[in-house]
Ligand binder design. Sequence first.
Ligand SMILES: [Zn+2]
Ligand SMILES: [Zn+2]
Length: 80
Amino acid sequence: MIHKNKTIHEGEKVVQERRMDYECDVCQKTFSKKNNLTVHKKTVHEGRRDYKCDVCHKTFTLNQSLKIHHKSCAKCQKSY
Ligand SMILES: [Zn+2]
Ligand SMILES: [Zn+2]
């Protein structure tokens, strides 16, 4: 019983302390993680597309997007 209550309390604490500490100096959008702000600025304000598919030459803003592409792209799957 005690353990259960403790878990709930800690869960609330995490939500309350979740701050948005990183603000974009261009559009004032805030982010909880510095990395999210860096990616935001790169992709939204600089239009960077650093991740490229070697097979079909599509470009992506995020490594994650390229990974998803590899899984869904029929052309890519043939070459592996
Ligand atoms: Zn911004
Ligand atoms: Zn591809």
